[in-house]
Design a protein around this ligand. Structure first.
Ligand SMILES: [Mn+2]
Length: 333
């Protein structure tokens, strides 16, 4: 084996060595980590568009080495505040069968829950969020014994039910990428008053778009209301609603404007999406809340532009999610 005798400088470079999330070490032993960075290369939960979302984790491993950073606003290095590891990809032996895969993902996250580790995941399509929530907040969960708060960034409500798609299943999938937001409410995994959906935009398919979110009692801050309120007022409402409740953050890349996130599954053109700085300011405004896990979904690297801007922005959103958890864990040590 050729040893690295350069005093570790090569380990500081983004392009050298085996690609892992943010150049974290690969770790099999969950007792050796506080925050687990997880790839969920799943794409059969969204049958409406191109299905290359399973390539998201590999793309973020490739670009995130460059973004192993110090957090300027929090004034912390998340990498020093606690133990953060790349724990690999969820094993998906039935990848082309969505509803079976949803069960496989849940089983995998039961180990994360049992170990008391905070997961930060990169998908994969948005169907991955439901099994993660089931593992973290279901009847067997050790992470929490109360329904979760969920902050959901997305151009779409993903609570589409019978009224919107005309059938309980979508192309044969029951727990598909547009239904998880409804199912989590119906199953009582979340406290509806503490579910905040943010950034929805564009013409819906019917006048009932989002009706299930309202039926369930979620707070929907669509993009028009977000623009009227401004970032500070949005952050203030989120903090007041969520309080100390364990919070899960799920971030669909299509909430961002198509100019800064062209590589997504469901482009929502016509209406401007959130800017990166708006998204980051909302996330940074959550500092101190009890964030127990997070994900980034719907990255489609094969539709990205040549400088990989969507993958890079996905890694930056992950960095903010990681920093929120690391800041909290570091402060508690
Ligand atoms: Mn979406």
């Amino acid at each position: 084996m050729i040893k690295n005798n350069d005093g570790g400088q090569l380990n500081q470079t983004s392009w050298w060595g085996v690609a892992t999330f943010f150049r974290c070490s690969l770790e099999d032993d969950l007792s050796e980590t506080d925050i687990a960075l997880i790839g969920v290369p799943h794409s059969s939960g969204n049958g409406t568009t191109e299905r290359d979302q399973h390539l998201g984790p590999r793309a973020v491993r490739n670009v995130s080495g460059e973004y192993r950073r110090f957090h300027k606003e929090f004034k912390i290095s998340p990498w020093d505040a606690c133990r953060i590891s790349d724990v690999g990809d969820v094993s998906l032996p039935h990848a082309m069968n969505n509803d079976v895969t949803i069960k496989d993902i849940e089983a995998w996250y039961h180990d994360i829950d049992t170990a008391g580790v905070c997961p930060v995941s990169i998908g994969g399509d948005h169907s991955i969020t439901l099994p993660i929530l089931r593992a973290l907040a279901g009847p067997q969960s050790k992470t929490t014994n109360e329904p979760l708060a969920v902050l959901h960034f997305d151009a779409h409500h993903d609570s589409y039910g019978v009224e919107d798609v005309g059938a309980k299943h979508f192309l044969g999938n029951y727990e598909w990428a547009g239904a998880w937001g409804k199912i989590m409410g119906d199953e009582g995994l979340v406290n509806p008053e503490k579910v905040i959906q943010i950034g929805m935009r564009g013409h819906g398919y019917t006048e009932n778009d989002g009706i299930e979110s309202h039926r369930l009692g979620y707070r929907v801050i669509d993009k028009d209301e977000f623009d009227e309120m401004g970032t500070d007022a949005v952050v203030a409402e989120i903090r007041e609603r969520i309080g100390d409740t364990p919070l899960y953050i799920t971030f669909d890349m299509d909430v961002l404007d198509t100019t800064v996130a062209p590589g997504v599954s469901n482009l929502e053109p016509g209406y401007p999406g959130m800017t990166m700085i708006e998204a980051m300011r909302v996330l940074q405004g959550l500092r101190g809340l009890n964030v127990i896990g997070a994900d980034v979904v719907c990255l489609m690297p094969t539709k990205d532009n040549p400088n990989n801007i969507t993958s890079i922005n996905a890694s930056i959103i992950m960095f903010e999610q990681i920093s929120l958890i690391a800041d909290r864990l570091g402060a508690n040590q």
